[in-house]
Ligand binder design. Structure first.
Ligand code: ADP
Ligand code: UDP
Length: 236
């Protein structure tokens, strides 16, 4: 596997071509942003932790029948993934009210829902990732009705697997964001990352936040929270 030219540098990762036209290499950075890039910083060691955690979660999900882009971890920060065309939707599942949900609907954080919710944002930095519904996504030709159905089913399945798994680690899975992609033959698979950058994770006993909200809200001990999640996942 040879790493070829960089295709893209995002806020948290770089994406490289490889000598296999169906595979990319993602390289996780320590850079952190919040509020559509208004707040910037670095979280020392985050790239390494997010790489290991994402790969850990993707392998767990594969075992439970969810197809993902994961192929092989190359180094601390680099992973080989299947090349996909990303469906430009941020798919957010929530089990408990927090963040933009609490703000938008004027409710406290921490309300446990009777059933999980799903919402979509249009992945478009210039527009600030606006909230959209299925019909808007279809009107904008971001995905077909069938693809949206597949994505919803997969997202709820991911939630069931992750919720049960985090429970065994004494962690409450509050909410998270997923991205899906299409392979050349049109199959929808789970892509991007699953990490403390993209999930809200609360300690089950104390409610302590073990995720990017520590950075967003200047709560301190940001690095320690990421390390604590990794420790619970891998014992390291
Ligand atoms: P952002 O683009 O939001 O700043 P990142 O810094 O995480 O995000 O950049 C990674 C980019 O790679 C994202 O745009 C993501 O959608 C894309 N991506 C993730 N997995 C794959 C994949 N398997 N194939 C192609 N692109 C991917
Ligand atoms: N999220 C994400 N990327 C985004 C927006 C949200 O990974 O661009 C994750 C976020 O970490 C949280 C969940 O999606 O776990 C729900 O986020 P919310 O809509 O509450 O937004 P925020 O609080 O980030 O404004």
């Amino acid at each position: 596997m040879t790493k070829l030219e960089q295709l893209y540098e995002g806020k948290a990762k770089k994406v490289f071509k490889t000598d296999d036209e169906n595979l990319y290499i993602v390289d996780y950075k320590d850079d952190a942003t919040a509020f559509n890039g208004e707040k910037k910083g670095t979280i020392a060691g985050k790239g390494v932790i997010n790489n290991i955690m994402s790969n850990h979660m993707f392998q767990l999900l594969e075992k439970q029948g969810v197809p993902t882009h994961f192929v092989e971890q190359l180094s601390e920060r680099e992973t080989v993934v299947k090349k996909v065309s990303i469906v430009p939707l941020e798919v957010i599942i929530r089990n408990i009210s927090a963040g933009s949900f609490a703000k938008r609907y004027g409710v406290n954080e921490g309300i446990v829902f009777d059933q999980p919710t799903i919402e979509f944002s249009y992945k478009n930095d210039d527009l600030g990732d606006p909230l959209i519904n299925d019909y808007h996504a279809m009107a904008l030709k971001l995905a077909t009705a069938e693809e949206i159905e597949t994505i919803k089913k997969m997202a709820f399945k991911v939630n069931e697997v992750m919720k049960a798994y985090f429970d065994t680690l004494n962690v409450t899975l509050v909410d998270f964001k997923l991205e899906f992609g299409k392979t050349d033959d049109g199959t929808i698979i789970l892509a991007d990352e699953i990490s403390p950058d993209t999930c809200r994770l609360w300690d089950k006993d104390t409610g302590e936040k073990l995720d990017k909200d520590r950075f967003r809200r200047d709560l301190g001990n940001v690095e320690e929270a990421y390390q604590e999640i990794l420790r619970r996942l891998t014992g390291k």
